[in-house]
Design a binder for this molecule. Sequence first.
Ligand code: OAD
Length: 246
Amino acid sequence: MHADNFTNWLHNQRRSIHRIAVLTGAGISAESGIPTFRGEDRFWHGQEPAQFFTPEALVTFPNECWVFFDHLRVISAGTVPNAGHQALATLQDTHQVTLATQNIDGLHQRAGSSEVLELHGTLWRVRCDNCDFSVEDNRTPLPELPPLCPGCNGILRPDVVMFTEALPADALHRAWQAAEECDLMLVIGTSGAVYPAGAIPDIAQSHGALVVEVNPNRTALSDEMDAVVRGTAVNALPVVVQALQA
Ligand code: OAD
């Protein structure tokens, strides 16, 4: 449906919506200028991102990996949250919101969302696989590539979830719980192609919540949605949020 029809659809559901769970993916940051993972714009810095999001890559070619991640940090730092990120932040004023994101760019926090569950980690923390060292680091570009651990001199890694790695247990648990307890879930800008994040909308729906997708394109999740709003984060999401707040 078009975003303008969402108000009517919501009204016809005759539900009280107090708790809202949100799942976002790369699409919500696309209009801020950060390429998605699977769209035609996916070549970041001329490189296919998938090759760098593996634990093996960090060990086998750490320099190339870090050039890629440092570039991604520079791109992300140069962007600003868009109207979609901002609309979600305002939703906190009227509803109990739990926002889980697969994004590592930090734009939800910069838009003012609190307690963002970062299912795939963050670009803005680096850590050491050899010892327990971990630190927030917002510098762009990093002064030294690859960055080295001040504790054991090993090569640091961005605190992001690589393919085959487990998601942070606490964030995943809280996202799962929010899905079980919400009245409505918004699924925004994600292809739903990656497990377990892509399974979260189904948890919400099977516990009785309405599930609503906001995405300009059809996804692996579209068929199971209660409503599909075909529009972008910037154009459609503020309209959807406004309808929820009316
Ligand atoms: P994808 O690149 O798979 O999907 C992006 C989605 O955003 C697609 O469904 C697009 O249709 C949609 N989209 C594009 N532009 C949009 C816009 N302006 N507004 C709203 N939606 C838009 O990205 P993710 O689903 O986030 O994992 O990918 C999931 C995970 O795959 C990533 O977190 C990453 C990757 O492997 C890790 O790094 C572990």
